[in-house]
Structure formats: structure tokens, C-alpha cells
Design a protein around this ligand. Structure first.
Ligand SMILES: Cc1cc2nc3c(=O)[nH]c(=O)nc-3n(C[C@H](O)[C@H](O)[C@H](O)COP(=O)(O)OP(=O)(O)OC[C@H]3O[C@@H](n4cnc5c(N)ncnc54)[C@H](O)[C@@H]3O)c2cc1C
Length: 489
């Protein structure tokens, strides 16, 4: 059995650690922050709880599969709640619809919004079903060290055409919907991988189907409860967790890893090092490697996020758990984020008010507004100077869209791209590591096997990408890879 060191206690690191421990290895995990979870975190402000990272859990079965390694399940360690509606959408002209959890009800809502488009909506979801059915047994089923890995897992040309590799998500949506509002709705799912619908592949059309079929989930007490629960399961399974400890270097010779060196100088030996840190941090700071770094930097970086944590007095009529207020000009918005490198002046605004589902998230009669907009990575904007003016601008945008919070704000805090970069050592404050922008993006994403024997990469900046279920899947891919490599002579 191998001595395994995991660097980073994000969900990807925890998933890999748990699986490797279940396979019988000795596993020690180092996390620089005092608690595990990485971006899956919460902030508490005077009785209000805000999830500062993920607020939506999809594909809960991925976590059931992970937790089965420790003889438990998601519902045994947290309180998962399936949301209906999945999300409440509104446009600047006052129109909107509820994406209901039930397919027929959702289709009816779309038909009410735009007569004749209900059928197009159902067809679009059905197309997403086929994309997902193929992607899960090809793209998501294992490592991606070359495009050939993908081709080998395909059953034939029909699989390739099903994932629609040559079109953008926007082009796909336009071919389904006559109503531009629904094209904008379909395009918004590109942001689930920090991407633009005008550049990301049409394969992302599987995401609304995933939400429709296996649900959009909340976790009682807040999403960050999942991080706490995973940390408890890890400890129970015998993973040695050392939180509040920064890894300063991965020790290696030209061919193999030997372990890590901690800040302060302590040296830890290991046969296997699993890096859950951002790949750029790994190849710049922990194991400088120009060739690997060049490759990582060729991959397009994902967008970042600018969030307000608004403690709001009173209750807002018509507020759902998840709400999206769309911009008037989606092309201009994505152009600002990905081409001009500017925080959009007319952004699509996401509001999560978990108090709608879970009264304990805010004091009696109050609301916890987590307001998030997509913005470029840190290199594009001087957030030291821009953060406060942008906060005020966002509050004005909310007021223009019918949510004037001015007289009701008890407090408002910010989470800027710089915070995301500093807290988790995320390259340029990227939410999801690398984006899916461009036809090559999936192949440019850093591979799970590193450039030395015994080094592996897990989490959002490596295959298969960011988002809670995907980083948990990368834990499974890496654990299987370690097992296979350990058996080799
Ligand atoms: C604002 C925001 C909203 C999001 N919304 C959603 C959502 O609704 N649904 C969803 O599924 N996903 C969402 N995501 C994405 C999701 O949070 C991430 O994809 C996922 O949590 C990343 O997990 P990870 O394991 O890759 O890495 P991380 O969470 O980044 O963890 C990496 C860990 O490594 C640690 N570390 C770094 N360097 C060192 C070092 N040298 N030594 C020791 N430790 C180190 C960091 O402190 C961190 O804890 C969101 C993210 C953000 C920021």
C-alpha cells in the first residue's frame, strides 16, 4: 500500500483522499485554510448565513457514489432538499418563467412565456438528455490524456454527432428557439463552467437536462454543510487531516515524486502526491515545471465572480430560492467579460436567498441575499479600486430590476475575484479553473496525471473541470489511476 499525500482540502482533494483511503492506502491531507472545503464555504454575519461559493448542488448521485466508499450516503450525512422551482427567471421587460422541477410543468411555464416554444423547450431538454447519456460514458468516464481517449470510449460516429462538437452552445440554442429570451436562457448554462455561450461547445446543453432529471438541490443548513460532512467522513475513515498547514513544495527528482515540504520546513515523504491545488499554483510555486506550465497557460481561464452578501430586512414578494435577472444585451455582456476584460455594466444577476427554503439562514423576517455576477479574471480589472464602485453599481442594477434594497439593507459585504484568488490560491480568481471556451478547451485542460511518476492532479483546474459533481468525479478518476499505476511493475 502506498503513502499518499493530498495537497488541498477542496471537494476534489477530499474525494480523492476518501477513495484512496478506502482502497487501503495511508492518506494524509494538507489544507492551508483552517477548515476543509475550499470554495465550498460559508460566511456568517450577525445571524445571517451566506454560502460564499456553490449554492446549487447537481448530480447528488455522484456524492452517493463517493460516500458509499465509507459505507454511507448523501442523505445520511446531510439533509438534501430538491428545489421546485429550480430557478425563477426574469427579463428587463418584466416577463419571466419558473423552471419547474417537473418537466411537464416546466414546459407549460415556457409555453405561457412564449406561445409555441414549449415544444422547443422539451425538444431542447431531450437533446440534452442524449448529450448527457453519451458524455457520461465517454468524456466523464475516465482520464483524458489525449483526444484519442475520448474517441476510444465512443461507440461510433453517432456518439460524436450527438455531442455536437463543432457548434457553440449559442448556435445550438438558436437552432431550437425562435424566442431570443430562451436562447439567452439556454446560453446561461455556459457560465456553469465559467464560459461564454458564444465560445463554449454545444455539449453544455446537457446541463439543463441534468438539473431537470436529477434535480437542483440545496443542503439544509447551507451548501457548506456538505464540506463539513465530508470532512467528518474523512476523519472517520482514517484520513489524517492537517488543516491550517500550507504546502510549500512538492519534492521530486527528474522522474518521480518523493513527498512534500511544508511551510516552516517540515518534510513529509510520500509515494503518491495528489495535488488538489490550482494547476498554475502547482507548476509555478510547488513544482516549477515550465513545460507543464506552458500547457496550462494555453487553456482559457474561466471567468471569476463578484458577489455581494446582503443582509436584508423584511421579505421580498416573488423571491424564489434561486433567481436570475437577465441582462438586456447578452452578446454585449459576454463580450465585456471574455473579450474586453471588463466587469459588465449591464450584468445578468443571480440571487440566491436560501432563507426561502431554510428559515434558519437569516434572522426572523429577514433575507440572506447572495448576489453573484460573472466578471473577468483578476488580471483584467483593478479590483482594489473597482470593488466598492461596482458594489454600488450592482445595488443600482438590482433597484432598476425591481429589487430596491436601499432602505432594507442591514449590511452588505463583498467577495471579489481577489478574495477568491487569495483564499484558495485560485489562478486569477477563476471560479472553475479553465473555461470551456473554444473547441480545444476540453483537451487543453491539465491532465490528471502529472509530469512525474506518482504525481496526480484533482479538482476544478484539471479534467473533467469545475463544479461540485465534476471535481468529485475527478477524485474517482485519480483514485482509479493511482490504483492502476500502483499495480504496474
Ligand atoms: C462564487 C462561486 C460560486 C460557485 N457556484 C457553484 C455552484 O452553485 N455549484 C457548483 O457545483 N459549483 C459552484 N462553484 C464551483 C465549485 O465551488 C468548485 O468547482 C469546486 O468547489 C472546486 O473544488 P476543488 O476541489 O477543485 O478546489 P478548491 O475548492 O479550490 O480547493 C482547493 C484547496 O486547496 C487549498 N490549497 C491551495 N494551495 C494550497 C497549498 N499550497 N497548501 C495547502 N492547501 C492549498 C485551498 O485552500 C483550497 O482549500 C462555485 C464557485 C464559486 C467561487
Amino acid at each position: 500500500m502506498a503513502e499518499v499525500t493530498v495537497v488541498g482540502g477542496g471537494v476534489g482533494g477530499m474525494a480523492a483522499a476518501l477513495r484512496l483511503r478506502a482502497a487501503g492506502h495511508d492518506v494524509v491531507l494538507f489544507e492551508r485554510n483552517p477548515v476543509l472545503g475550499g470554495k465550498l464555504a460559508a460566511q456568517h454575519v450577525d445571524g445571517f448565513t451566506f454560502d460564499t461559493g456553490p449554492s446549487l448542488l447537481t448530480l447528488p448521485e455522484v456524492f452517493d457514489d463517493l460516500l458509499a466508499c465509507a459505507g454511507t450516503s448523501l442523505a445520511e450525512v446531510v439533509d438534501p432538499v430538491r428545489l421546485d422551482p429550480i430557478c425563477r427567471y426574469r427579463w428587463p421587460d418584466g416577463s419571466g418563467f419558473d423552471h419547474r422541477a417537473d418537466l411537464e410543468a416546466a414546459t407549460g411555464e415556457v409555453e405561457r412565456l412564449s406561445p409555441g416554444q414549449g415544444r422547443a423547450f422539451a425538444a431542447y431538454l431531450d437533446h440534452g438528455r442524449r448529450v448527457w447519456e453519451v458524455s457520461r460514458r465517454t468524456f466523464f468516464a475516465g482520464a483524458m490524456e489525449s483526444p484519442l481517449d475520448l474517441v476510444r470510449r465512443m461507440r461510433g460516429p453517432s456518439d460524436l454527432w450527438a455531442v455536437d462538437p463543432l457548434r457553440t452552445l449559442h448556435a445550438r440554442a438558436r437552432s431550437h428557439f425562435a424566442d431570443p429570451r430562451l436562447v439567452q436562457w439556454a446560453g446561461r448554462y455556459a457560465t456553469y463552467s465559467g464560459s461564454s455561450p458564444y465560445a463554449a461547445p454545444a455539449s453544455l446543453a446537457c446541463i439543463p437536462w441534468i438539473e431537470q432529471s436529477s434535480g437542483a438541490w440545496y443542503v439544509g443548513g447551507g451548501l457548506a454543510r456538505l464540506a463539513e460532512a465530508l470532512a467528518e467522513v474523512l476523519a472517520g475513515a482514517g484520513v489524517e487531516v492537517r488543516a491550517g498547514v500550507e504546502v510549500e513544495a512538492v519534492r521530486a527528482d527528474a522522474t518521480s515524486v518523493a513527498g512534500v515540504r511544508l511551510a516552516g520546513g517540515e518534510v513529509v515523504d510520500a509515494d503518491v502526491v495528489v495535488a488538489n491545488v490550482d494547476a498554475t499554483h502547482l507548476y509555478v510555486d510547488l513544482l516549477p515545471d515550465r513545460r507543464s506550465l506552458r500547457r496550462v497557460l494555453r487553456a482559457p481561464v474561466s471567468s471569476s465572480g463578484f458577489a455581494l452578501l446582503a443582509a436584508v430586512e423584511g421579505r421580498t414578494e416573488g423571491l424564489a430560492h434561486h433567481n436570475i435577472a437577465f441582462s438586456a444585451d447578452p452578446a454585449g455582456e459576454f463580450d465585456a467579460i471574455f473579450d474586453r476584460g471588463e466587469a459588465p455594466t449591464d450584468p445578468t444577476v443571480y440571487v440566491c436567498a436560501s432563507v426561502v427554503t431554510d428559515a434558519g439562514q437569516a434572522p426572523e423576517g429577514c433575507e440572506n441575499w447572495f448576489v453573484l455576477v460573472n466578471v473577468p479574471p483578476t488580471s483584467a480589472v483593478d479590483w482594489e479600486a473597482r470593488a466598492e464602485p461596482y458594489r454600488d453599481h450592482l445595488l443600482e442594477v438590482l433597484a432598476r430590476r425591481g429589487w430596491d434594497l436601499a432602505a432594507r439593507l442591514r449590511s452588505v459585504e463583498m467577495v471579489t475575484p481577489l478574495d477568491i484568488a487569495h483564499r484558495y490560491r485560485s489562478w486569477q480568481g477563476a471560479i472553475y479553473g479553465t473555461s470551456s471556451n473554444g473547441r480545444q478547451a476540453a483537451f487543453l485542460r491539465p491532465a490528471n496525471r502529472g509530469p512525474r511518476r506518482g504525481l496526480y492532479l484533482v479538482g476544478g483546474s484539471s479534467h473533467p473541470g469545475g463544479g461540485l459533481p465534476l471535481v468529485a468525479m475527478s477524485g474517482a478518476i485519480v483514485a482509479a489511476m493511482v490504483e492502476a499505476d500502483q499495480k504496474r511493475p
